[in-house]
Design a protein around this ligand. Structure first.
Ligand SMILES: [Mn+2]
Length: 368
């Protein structure tokens, strides 16, 4: 019987500078914190083995500080960790793996799988077959050769690889390294642990992407978890359970606005979000001037509540009803300009008039 945790795409060392310095520092730290949570999960579940299917590090080579931090965390933990290189941290010369060995950072419970060949774990009754990348993009399916080892009938066979399963992933896989969808079956694997796609994804009964344990982008792809894998005996179908591990939740939202009350709906939709939420929201549709103002206020409210906000309201059109203009609260100067604009309303296209009023109102708000 073999039990282990399958994870991948830690991207240790990743910075998030386009989200601002504060947020970047937090997210950078959290990628170490999630490794501690995985160690804790393993200890609490009585699982002695964690396999990491590539992209342990974001940069090649990583900072020595990041190397030391990560191996320090792993060395203080209980489970055995098997680390596979991915495309970001491939195993060619000058990478993190040689450097970690040179600096003597690799603790006794960590094995670097930067060369092919079976790793036999007698206690678990397990043969692990790694398919390490030695270049960023080898352009061919190296799992064919890497899994071509006989490991006897009594051991459970687990493959470990990093790349994109042909014809299965949505657009946007990180690397182009192809992996045949039938590889597990062809190579007689009980389980194939994959990395590269950052969401948790079942390819077939024996082939899974774990996804990254701490979400790192706005893509609603079931990231922020690890897989607990249980294989009773060679040939049995693995029991795979998704276990949440992420702290920060990234929400990629589209919100059409048709009537003014839709602004309240948006407020309700975002009501539950807090400091562990990152929100990207794109609006479309059209609102009255008054509701556009309400939307501006809502933006401020939400910005104060969540960790990070990307608010795209530029595509929302403005509907101007005659009553709207009278009820706007404006400075005397802006009111005079508005009246002048109104008196010449018929001289310009409706869209131009609307744009001018919206700009005037925005400017007046900014100056007041
Ligand atoms: Mn990756």
């Amino acid at each position: 019987m073999a039990k282990f945790i399958h994870t991948a795409d830690w991207q240790i060392g990743r910075r998030f500078t386009r989200h601002g310095e504060d947020v970047s520092a937090l997210l950078y730290d959290e990628r170490f914190e999630v490794v501690k949570r995985i160690a804790k999960l393993a200890a609490e579940s009585g699982i002695g083995l964690v396999v990491v299917a590539g992209d342990v590090f974001e940069h090649r080579p990583p900072d020595n500080r990041d190397l030391r931090r990560l191996f320090g965390i792993l060395g203080e933990s209980d489970p055995t960790w098997l680390l596979l290189p991915g495309n970001h941290d491939h195993g060619g010369a000058g990478g993190p793996w040689d450097r970690a060995r040179d600096l003597e950072l690799v603790p006794g419970n960590v094995r670097l799988l930067d060369a092919p060949g079976p790793v036999i774990l007698e206690d678990e009754g397990l043969a692990v077959l790694p398919a390490p990348l030695r270049t960023r993009q080898p352009q061919y399916d190296l799992t064919e050769e890497a899994f071509n080892y006989d490991t006897g009938a009594s051991l459970i066979r687990v493959g470990l690889a990093h790349g994109s399963v042909t014809g299965v992933l949505p657009d946007g896989a990180d690397s182009a390294n192809p992996i045949a969808a039938e590889r597990a079956e062809r190579a007689n694997l009980d389980y194939l642990a994959l990395g590269d796609w950052h969401g948790s994804l079942r390819v077939n009964d024996r082939t899974w992407y774990s996804g990254t344990p701490e979400t790192d982008r706005f893509r609603n792809n079931r990231s922020g978890q690890v897989l607990a894998v249980d294989i009773p005996e060679p040939g049995a179908i693995p029991a795979v359970t998704e276990v949440p591990t992420g702290r920060f939740r990234w929400h990629d939202l589209d919100s059409p606005l048709h009537v003014d009350s839709d602004v309240d709906r948006v407020r309700q939709d975002l009501d539950a979000y807090g400091f562990d939420d990152l929100v990207k929201i794109s609006f479309s549709g059209a609102l009255s001037l008054r509701a556009r103002e309400a939307l501006l206020h809502l933006r401020e409210e939400v910005e104060a509540k969540v960790r990070y906000l990307d608010w795209e309201a530029g595509r929302v059109e403005t509907k101007i009803e005659p009553d709207d203009l009278d009820s706007l609260s404006l400075s005397p100067l802006a009111r005079a300009i508005l009246e002048e604009l109104e008196s010449r309303r018929t001289e310009v296209a409706q869209a131009v008039f609307t744009e001018a009023v919206v700009a005037l109102v925005a400017l007046d708000r900014e100056l007041s």
